[in-house]
Design a protein around this ligand. Structure first.
Ligand code: SF4
Length: 308
């Protein structure tokens, strides 16, 4: 499978089948906290980066396999709404299964009526909004030069008005950048305009693109949650005891690490395999020089080398 991965336990969506419809790393932004590395050239150009038919063929064989899946989730190596075929893929999924579909997006293209139309078939849309001030938006998300934060916020507001499904807004809090009173005040005003179903507060938990992206402690996240008020939650870790029906092999672990750095226990939990088995596969990948170990705040993550 080239374009789908998992199902992996997601902190928010249970067993989530990932659908990755842009090549690594095709995005409108280059966030300093991105776990898939820097975006060489942020773009606003929509096109069929991955052919719709190839994605739907893989999804069809996954659904036929009967593997337990709670959600189908567009996420992965970049910004999924850059693929101009996303509307056709969503339509194709809806014709194949009743499993709910979520689009995780950075929200930067929602000013475009065609993008809003394309993803309105999803059961949930999870846009991110990390800053409501132009200067910190640039510092944190390093957008394409034509992206302006006011235009992005207006796009999310408009989408909320038109969209009937669940809108879960994610805010990534990065220490020393968007955790100041001024930043939080501007963000809260934007959230009030958007009126999402929930606000999900997150912080940096995996090795980021830039070492300057620092997490904030849980206590500070709790204060921020209070500040944003009701319908705001801190995203907690997700643990799953689900087991894969067949043993994971090296390709599963490789596919996992190509999309995100992971600790041995994350990989084992995600793929439903024993820790010892994961360690053996990790050793093979290390011996073949495909992965490297990185330390981030005292924790050790394996990372695929081509991400650097
Ligand atoms: S975090 Fe998401 S939006 Fe930001 S650069 Fe990475 S893929 Fe793009």
């Amino acid at each position: 499978m080239k374009y789908i991965f998992g199902p992996v336990p997601s902190r928010r969506l249970g067993l989530s089948l990932g659908v990755d419809i842009v090549p690594l790393k095709t995005c409108t932004l280059s966030c300093i906290y991105c776990q898939v590395g820097k975006t060489p050239n942020p773009t606003l150009t929509r096109r069929e980066y991955i052919p719709v038919k190839e994605v739907l063929d893989e999804l069809e064989s996954h659904f036929k396999s009967g593997v337990k899946t709670d959600w189908v989730t567009f996420s992965g190596s970049g910004e999924p709404t850059l693929n101009s075929g996303i509307g056709d893929i969503l339509r194709g999924i809806k014709a194949m299964t009743d499993i709910p579909v979520c689009v995780i997006t950075n929200g930067t293209l929602l000013w475009d009526p065609q993008v809003r139309h394309d993803i309105c078939q999803a059961d949930a849309v999870m846009p991110s909004l990390d800053s409501a001030l132009e200067s910190s938006f640039h510092k944190l998300c390093r957008p394409h030069p034509d992206s302006k934060i006011d235009m992005i916020i207006d796009g999310i507001v408009q989408f909320r008005k038109e969209y009937q499904g669940k809108l879960w807004l994610e805010i990534m809090i990065v220490g020393g950048i968007n955790d100041t009173p001024e930043e939080l005040h501007a963000l809260r005003n934007a959230v009030r305009k958007i009126e999402p179903d929930t606000v999900q507060i997150n912080t940096v938990a995996r090795p980021p693109a830039e070492v300057s992206a620092k997490p904030v402690p849980l206590k500070r996240l709790e204060e921020i949650r209070e500040y944003f008020g009701e319908n705001t939650e801190i995203i907690a870790s997700f643990k799953s005891d689900s087991k894969k029906s067949s043993p994971a092999d090296i390709d599963d672990v490789r596919a996992y690490l190509k999309r995100r750095p992971g600790k041995v226990e994350d990989i084992s939990s995600a793929l439903g395999i024993e820790t010892q088995e994961t360690e053996k596969i990790i050793k093979q990948l290390e011996d073949s020089d495909e992965i490297t170990l990185k330390e981030y705040f005292g924790k050790h993550f394996w990372e695929y080398k081509s991400q650097e």
